[in-house]
Design a protein around this ligand. Structure first.
Ligand SMILES: NC(=O)c1ccc[n+]([C@@H]2O[C@H](COP(=O)([O-])OP(=O)(O)OC[C@H]3O[C@@H](n4cnc5c(N)ncnc54)[C@H](O)[C@@H]3O)[C@@H](O)[C@H]2O)c1
Length: 439
């Protein structure tokens, strides 16, 4: 049996030892799914708090319950460490590290680079490596291939195997999870794809192979650019509707009755999260080296980046209509996470909205059941108000930034003096109430 056949057999028999580099929102669920499939999995993360927590069987990711994690740790299928030398005995490694933007808006590849440098020290014959982090097309071939293979004297597709498989997890979602969301996989060579498919197919429900790592990288960017462009378009629709005194929410609901050819997107106070506002910019950055200006991405980014400012201006106008000023007003921001029902604040528009309200002289507080404390972009440290309803009663303006399901919106409406609803959380009740202005 050659190296590939041997590795494929080990993967199919679940005898292969698996490592997941990066135990965050993507890495921990993936580690759990592989461990549940019967693999021996080690999570590696430089953040010792995460590895300690895993080893205690305690989850820190809402999508993975402690009840699900603990038995896997007890049975010995899952453990975690900060020590990369365990990679010496590993057959299959998946990289799930962050890919944020630098202050300049350029890709920050430092986490991928540091993970790859550690991995390079322990590369050996008969290994498969899959990159999962969202990144620009070409990363797997341009960065991972030389560092992990060529510099170690290993021939890709023969001695070791390399692929890209984008993570598509939608935190907070129950119907489609890491396990049953189809997984796109693209190898550096056909043999790489075959090995990666053997590995992922042993634990995940559906594998969709594409012909190259670049096609897999681009797939993720198409998905996220599609969302970014449509969200920007509907945000601009909201701006246009307001100018014409038309209710955008009513228009969207009406358009959504069309059973074909329309997909519902909703406006909001800005893009948030680790993916939609960031990943498309990896593509537009890369396209510059091809002398191509990614116009849809640039335009969408411009429109969505401006949404927090637009929302604050609308609040200012609404208070003005009530004979009030934003300067000196008590503003309560309701919901700080970047989307409903999750505890993730990365890139949340709430941070920008709070800073802009403060700049205009408002006295800002916030409430979020999932985000006990936050630091805004301007460096303001805040804690979620302890008594929601007291804060609602006291506020001159309640601003719904994130429409968590847990809120009792009717009680909030009853208690509030004025609400700016940037998410249509109040629905038709908000449309009818003189206390409410909707985005
Ligand atoms: N969160 C999502 O919803 C989501 C969805 C799809 C794709 N992604 C992509 O997946 C990737 C990971 O995102 P995430 O949300 O899990 O990030 P995260 O910040 O939650 O987790 C990343 C983890 O990697 C660790 N890490 C940093 N450097 C490391 C290194 N050198 N070696 C090993 N671990 C290291 C960090 O300590 C952290 O625990 C990103 O590229 C992101 O864009 C995220």
């Amino acid at each position: 049996m050659n190296t590939k056949e041997n590795l494929v057999r080990k993967l199919k028999d679940k005898q292969a030892r698996v490592a997941i580099l990066g135990l965050g929102y993507v890495g921990l669920p993936l580690a759990v799914v592989f461990a549940e499939a019967g693999f021996d999995v080690t999570g590696i993360d430089p953040d010792g708090r995460k590895s300690d927590s895993v080893n205690k069987g305690v989850s820190y990711i809402p999508d993975i319950s402690t009840e699900r994690l603990a038995p896997l740790v007890r049975s010995g299928n899952l453990n975690a460490t900060t020590d990369f030398s365990v990679l010496e005995g590993v057959d299959a490694a998946s990289i799930c590290v962050p890919t944020p933007l630098r202050q300049t808006g350029d890709p920050d590849m430092s986490f991928i680079l540091s993970a790859v440098e550690e991995l390079a020290k322990y590369m050996h014959k008969g290994m498969v490596v899959v990159l999962e982090s969202s990144t620009y097309p070409g990363t797997t071939r341009e960065i991972l291939l030389p560092k992990l293979g060529e510099e170690n004297g290993l021939k890709v597709g023969e001695d070791w195997f390399l692929a890209f498989s984008p993570e598509r997890v939608d935190p907070g979602r129950q119907d489609f999870t890491t396990l049953n969301t189809p997984k796109v996989v693209g190898g550096i060579t056909p043999a790489c794809a075959e090995v990666a498919e053997a590995w992922y197919g042993s634990a995940l429900k559906y594998i969709h192979l594409v012909s190259s790592a670049e096609a897999a990288e681009m797939t993720k960017l198409l998905e996220n650019t599609f969302r970014m462009v449509n969200i920007a378009m509907v945000n601009e629709m909201a701006i246009m509707c307001e100018r014409m005194n038309v209710d955008v929410w009513e228009v969207i609901d009406a358009a959504a009755t069309k059973p074909f050819g329309f997909m519902k997107f909703t406006p909001g106070p800005g893009l948030g999260g680790h993916c939609i506002p960031i990943d498309p910019l990896y593509l537009s950055w890369k396209m510059k080296s091809y002398q191509y200006n990614a116009r849809f991405i640039e335009l969408s980014s411009e429109i969505t980046t401006n949404m927090p400012r637009y929302v604050v201006n609308r609040i200012l106008d609404a208070l003005n209509d009530r004979g009030q000023t934003l300067k000196g007003a008590r503003a309560l921001v309701l919901g700080a996470a970047y989307k409903p029902d999750i505890d993730d604040i990365r890139e949340s528009p709430a941070l920008e909205v709070i800073d802009l309200l403060e700049k205009k002289g408002a006295k800002v507080s916030y409430h979020d059941p999932y985000i006990p404390a936050l630091t805004t972009h301007a460096g303001k440290e805040m804690r979620s108000v302890p008594d929601l309803m007291a804060a609602v009663r006291e506020a001159d303006a309640v601003i719904i930034v994130t429409n968590h399901k847990i809120y009792d919106y009717q009680s909030i409406l009853n208690a509030a003096k004025f609400i700016f609803d940037s998410r249509n959380a109040l629905g038709k009740t908000g449309m009818r109430s003189p206390k409410v202005v909707r985005l």
